[in-house]
Design a binder for this molecule. Structure first.
Ligand SMILES: [Zn+2]
Length: 121
């Protein structure tokens, strides 16, 4: 609409008012605008030693699906804290199978809290 001239501006065109929300997708669990969100592809991921216990992970590629899966699976920190690694099998929706070895690393995290001055008032 930049630079437009001569269309009169207010001529009778009605726009539908569908409320656009920023929300969590009930399918993939990611956040996005309700009018433009498209779920990323899904992958079926399992620990190589337990291939029957398959979990669906939404991610932009198989390697990221492997990383997300291990991040969820490693809830006791065996991989991230203990410096271990684990082999996983990632199956794409097209049937392609890729094996990954995933390790983890502890990363420093900083949290900011607003400082409220004491002794005022
Ligand atoms: Zn989605």
């Amino acid at each position: 609409m930049m630079g437009g001239q001569g269309d009169g501006g207010t001529g009778g065109r009605e726009e539908r008012s569908i409320p656009i929300r920023f929300e969590k997708c009930p399918v993939c669990g990611q956040y996005g605008f309700s009018d433009t969100h498209h779920c990323p592809p899904y992958w079926e991921v399992a620990v190589a030693d337990d291939p029957e216990d398959v979990h669906r992970i939404y991610a932009i590629d198989a390697g990221i699906a492997a990383e997300i899966f291990v991040g969820l699976w490693d809830d006791e920190g065996v991989i991230a804290v203990g410096g271990g690694q684990i082999d996983v099998i990632v199956t794409g929706s097209d049937g392609s199978i890729t094996k990954y070895t995933v390790d983890g690393t502890m990363v420093p995290r900083y949290d900011a809290y607003e400082t409220v001055p004491s002794g005022e008032g």
